[in-house]
Design a protein around this ligand. Structure first.
Ligand code: SF4
Length: 430
């Protein structure tokens, strides 16, 4: 293999292998009759759980994998037949069906929970956790993260109100540690926490660097397709040696691509940003609808909020782990919430840096948390910046509400508009 063949594409290959291994390990846990903590991408508290060697399951990820594997509709139907409304979050319904099937999942058996940990980043998390509490009679832990109080105004480390919020989180982390001691049946080891936080530091620094590298032309990865693989590792392997190493190698790959002018597989004609949650039922084909016209997703709000704010690259101070963890959790989850609820600001800030030609808004039927207000966000962004945008609706799970033909028509028309704008700017000398 040449150097190029070894490095280029390694992140996707190794990411898929790690992900497969993660599911295999969960299957082994389930087959032994052991249990795992159920956690969420926005504030997983993986650093703490890993310090107790508690295996973690991300039900959002196990649910979306059902859509990628094209069986989600069976699970959704089962939960609806059981009594869940067609209107609620598709991830919840798919997971309910997984629970009814005793963990049955195409990638392996999902262990039952021994603990569920969630934040208030999405209101659905809290009701979802209550389902497991009722089904499995387990302890649940809700971490309450204060968001910003006024749009665009953020308290920062050093402010007295930030310190009050941080302290509030620190107290909750100490309660979570006590709960983990009782669930895992072992004493808390602060050096082990330092170790998981050290790995998380390495991963966060790499993640921020990788996102930064996509400002280059051509973009070195596709935020929608490649980025989702990276996200899976960022969540499942946060706080682990393998996760830290994977991301260090990913930086190496992306820097190599920048140095050698290697872009994604697409002939890059239009640099796009994606707002919302991907269309998993037709995951690759959805991207192809853009790639076929030279559209490359150079960034997305998904890479920010679904990494729980890890994109900030925050570095824990290992001399005072719990204090620093509370600060990092506050900054990270608050940033994730901003990326969901204040997309206009988040995208506006990246237009020039990433050289965006257009923004794709993708509200979906079954995630109201991310989709509510997107029409207003889009209008605001267009008024403020004039950047072309497209508003297309589908779903992250339910193929029954995804109309590929309609999407294709709208996307084609959008690209016609982009091309004509480009032609006019050439004629006008702009
Ligand atoms: S953010 Fe959306 S998809 Fe995720 S749990 Fe909340 S409602 Fe469901």
């Amino acid at each position: 293999m040449t150097e190029k063949e070894t490095i280029v594409g390694r992140g996707n290959r190794d990411g898929a292998a790690l992900f497969r291994r993660w599911f295999d390990e969960l299957n082994e846990v389930a087959e032994r009759g052991d249990r795992a903590a159920y956690v969420f991408v926005m504030g997983s508290m993986n650093e703490v759980l890993r310090a107790f060697d508690i295996p973690v399951t991300f039900p959002e990820i196990t649910s979306l994998q059902l859509a990628v594997r094209r069986v989600a509709h069976e699970y959704l139907q089962e939960a609806e037949d059981y009594g869940y409304s067609p209107d609620i979050c598709g991830y919840v319904k798919a997971d309910v069906a997984v629970q009814l099937r005793e963990g049955g999942h195409p990638m392996g058996r999902i262990p039952k929970p021994n603990l569920a940990v969630f934040t208030n980043a999405c209101n659905t998390y809290i009701k979802w956790g209550e389902i497991w509490e009722r089904l499995h009679k387990i302890p649940i832990f809700t971490m309450d993260i204060p968001g910003h109080r006024r749009l665009g105004v953020h308290t920062q480390p050093g402010d007295s109100s930030f310190e009050a919020d941080r302290k509030y989180i620190e107290i909750q982390i100490r309660e979570l540690i006590s709960m983990c001691e009782s669930v895992a049946g072992k004493k808390f080891d602060i050096d082990k926490l330092r170790q998981t936080m050290d790995y998380a530091n390495q991963m966060s620094a790499s993640w921020a660097r990788i996102l930064e590298l996509n400002k280059n032309t051509p973009a070195v990865f596709n935020a929608l397709t490649d980025g989702t693989i990276f996200l899976g590792v960022a969540n499942g392997f946060r706080g682990t040696k393998e996760g830290a190493r994977y991301f260090a190698e990913l930086v190496e790959e992306m820097e190599y691509k920048v140095e050698h002018g290697i872009g994604t597989v697409v002939d890059e004609r239009h640099r796009l940003s994606f707002v919302g949650v991907p269309c998993y039922p037709i995951f690759r084909r959805f991207n192809d609808l853009f790639a076929d016209r030279g559209g490359t997703f150079v960034n997305s709000t998904y890479l920010w909020f679904a990494s729980g704010g890890t994109n900030r690259g925050y570095q824990y101070d290992l001399r005072d782990p719990i204090q620093s963890l509370s600060e990092g959790v506050l900054l990270g989850v608050r940033d994730a919430m901003d990326s969901m609820f204040d997309q206009t600001t988040m995208v506006r800030n990246s237009i020039d840096e990433f050289g965006l030609d257009g923004v794709i808004f993708h509200p979906i039927k079954s995630c109201r948390t991310v989709s509510t207000g997107l029409a207003d966000s889009r209008r605001q962004l267009m008024e403020d910046t004039g950047v072309p945008s497209l508003f297309i609706e589908s779903d992250m799970m339910d193929r029954r509400v995804v109309s590929e033909a309609q999407l294709k028509n709208r996307i084609e028309a959008f690209f016609e508009g982009l091309e004509s704008k480009r032609r006019l700017s050439v004629v006008g000398g702009n």
